[in-house]
Design a protein around this ligand. Structure first.
Ligand code: G1P
Length: 290
């Protein structure tokens, strides 16, 4: 992946059923970890990795996502004498050039990425799943770019080891070690039935992909859950280009379900200077009462 990656696709078209009823009107990707939407975290991670163009794939009914990135001159006027608040109001809009494409039908993650084909064009790009949050500096994308620097045209996915009883919830790679937390992928399978997974190295939602992946996704038949899966598209891509799986530094939070998001919020509050002490008091008090 020699050429610099400038664009990232963020699939955000799902219904967010695990967060109903709030997702009736608030897109899951805008739910906060403490006070910043999950989407903001991943756009920050992309910007930190040098990405300048972010393409968000949304679906009808999720207009709030585009709204979040729009400038708010009205709010800026009202808060004009408070620099800190102004900075917060502007933080969403200033990170990258954010554009939107609509996935009209929920045909799967692979299909969502394919929807962004025209916006990406013929260049390598990143995919970031906004409910996988990794709070670490450098971010996972930066770590992956460093891990495959010099591997011309290769693709990469982030992976972490998960307990064997959980592998069926993820994409899983079959791979051999390739040095320094890197693995050369030989095969990959989405949501393997219990007892069939080739390893417990599960895919975390960060991908570096060459543009050939779009042709592969065009040819990908529906797989797990009857959906066009990105993992299956990558399994086809593997016939043409090297695919690496990269382990990374940092804790992955599963923002795709309410307790995962709660854990992320608590741990984030315990880290942040302005909330650490009060959050620690709260956690201690709650633990003592159990
Ligand atoms: C998606 C991917 C899967 C990956 C997971 C990581 O699954 O299809 O390969 O392991 O994200 O969060 P989903 O969470 O949409 O079921």
């Amino acid at each position: 992946m020699c050429a610099a990656i400038r664009k990232a696709v963020i699939p955000a078209a799902g219904l967010g059923t695990r967060f109903l009823p709030v997702t009736r009107s608030v897109p899951k990707e805008l739910l906060p970890i403490l006070d910043r939407p999950m989407l903001q975290y991943v756009v920050e991670e992309a910007a930190e990795a040098g990405i300048t163009d972010v393409i968000v794939v949304t679906s009808p009914g999720k207009e709030g996502i585009a709204e979040y990135f729009r400038p708010r001159p009205d709010l800026e006027t009202r808060l004009s004498d408070d620099a800190q608040l102004l900075e917060k109001v502007r933080s969403g809009a200033n990170l990258a050039d954010v554009s939107f494409v609509i996935q009209e039908e929920p045909l799967g993650l692979g299909h969502a990425v394919l929807t962004a084909r025209e916006a990406v064009g013929a260049e390598p790009f990143a995919v970031i799943l906004p409910d996988d949050i990794v709070d670490h500096s450098p971010g996972v994308l930066s770590q992956m770019m460093a891990a495959v620097a010099g591997e011309d045209g290769a693709a990469a996915v982030a992976v972490e080891r998960v307990p064997w009883e959980l592998v069926q919830n993820y994409g899983v790679v079959d791979s051999e070690p390739a040095g320094e937390g890197r693995h050369r992928v030989r095969g990959m399978v989405e949501k393997p039935p219990p007892g069939t997974a080739p390893s417990n190295l599960s895919i975390v939602g960060r991908y570096l992909l060459p543009p050939q992946v779009f042709d592969c996704l065009e040819r990908t038949p529906p797989g797990a859950r009857g959906e066009i899966q990105l993992t299956d598209g990558l399994a086809l891509l593997m016939e043409d280009v090297a695919v690496y799986a990269c382990e990374f530094e940092g804790i992955r939070y599963d923002g795709g379900n309410p307790l995962g998001l709660l854990r992320a919020s608590i741990e984030h509050a315990l880290k942040r200077d302005d909330t650490r002490d009060a959050a620690a008091d709260l956690v201690r008090r709650l633990a003592a009462e159990l």
